[in-house]
Design a protein around this ligand. Structure first.
Ligand SMILES: C[S@@+](CC[C@H](N)C(=O)[O-])C[C@H]1O[C@@H](n2cnc3c(N)ncnc32)[C@H](O)[C@@H]1O
Ligand code: SF4
Length: 295
């Protein structure tokens, strides 16, 4: 939302919904037939809120290097506007809200936003996708405010590879953030990883071992050709098949079923590995939704 359309447009859209359906808690909204349905006839239960376009990392597949022309503050939804919009969505059957960005923890009032969203009725499940740099400082406060789960983006446990991808030497902070998230009781804590040919494509097994050792869920996301993504080509991208083949050398992979009807899932756009409790055997889902964690 931060990057598309103006704040005024988003707020006007929310107000229009309020007019049409009577507002959150104000009638049949979300209780009967008035639910959000997409063009494929699927009922929508998930909402993603982009809190900011800003980020202190420069992942090569996401942002251009150097100076970025960030949105001026006036283009971002204010906290009360985010909450109003979410209230409307909840009244229309949205059950899960994921905060993303940009880097959502770069938003100064992120804890207050979480607390306000946790106060909605019915209360949505609250999740957040982050680069993890500020989690050591914020995980406890976010959990206390009502955050349930967190996805941390980590493409490599090799400091050089991490720096090559993100442009910054911050691996230690991400690792400290993961510890803080676990200590704060956020659950599940998941890892998102994008593999790049010639950079970290060989790091999948280490990432999996790292995740298994800490009880984290790991998902590999195929690189998508975002506008800022440099060097993307269908011919050289690391595909789900590549990752499954590499992991399959050392691990037995079992397809997961029943992960929902999203078109990206059917297209097999990404893989997910979920460590089995008490075992180093992962199961791999060749059809998880790669789009789910993007802003
Ligand atoms: C856009 S980031 C926003 C949240 C936060 N800054 C983070 O990195 O987790 C959300 C997710 O999108 C992924 N992502 C970004 N650009 C991508 C691309 N071109 N292809 C696939 N995934 C991408 C990131 O790896 C991250 O897991
Ligand atoms: S993927 Fe996340 S951490 Fe990396 S540059 Fe994009 S917004 Fe920042």
């Amino acid at each position: 939302m931060g990057g598309n359309g103006s704040r005024a447009e988003a707020v006007a859209a929310a107000d229009g919904l309020l007019d049409d359906w009577g507002g959150p808690g104000g009638g049949a909204a979300g209780l009967g037939g008035d639910v959000l349905v997409d063009g494929f006839g699927r009922r929508q239960r998930d909402l993603r809120l982009s809190l900011t376009d800003r980020c202190s990392l420069r992942c090569s597949y996401c942002l251009p290097q150097g100076r970025v022309a960030w949105l001026v503050a006036d283009r971002l939804l204010r906290r009360e506007e985010l909450v109003r919009l979410t209230a409307v969505a909840v009244s229309l059957g949205i059950e899960r809200v994921r905060l993303t960005g940009g880097e959502p923890l770069a938003r100064p009032d992120v804890v207050e936003i979480v607390a306000a969203l946790a106060g909605l009725k019915p209360r949505p499940e609250l999740a957040l996708t982050t680069n993890g740099l500020a989690l050591e400082r914020l995980a406890g406060r976010l959990a206390a405010a009502g955050l349930g789960r967190v996805n941390v983006s980590l493409d490599s446990t090799d400091p050089e590879h991490y720096r090559a991808i993100t442009g910054r030497d911050r691996l230690d902070r991400v690792l400290a953030g993961l510890d803080a998230a676990l200590a704060a009781g956020l659950s599940p804590v998941k890892l998102n990883a994008v593999l790049l040919r010639g950079v970290n494509e060989a790091d999948a097994p280490e990432l999996l071992d790292f995740a298994v050792a800490r009880g984290l869920e790991l998902r590999f996301i195929e690189q998508m050709p975002f506008a800022a993504a440099r060097d993307w080509s269908r011919a050289t991208m690391v595909t789900a098949s590549d990752i499954l083949a590499r992991l399959g050398r050392d691990h037995r992979l079992t397809p997961l079923v029943g992960r929902g009807p999203a078109p990206a899932a059917r297209a097999g756009r990404s893989t997910a590995a979920r460590p089995w409790s008490g075992s180093s055997r992962p199961s791999a889902n060749p059809s998880a939704n790669a789009v789910n964690d993007c802003a």
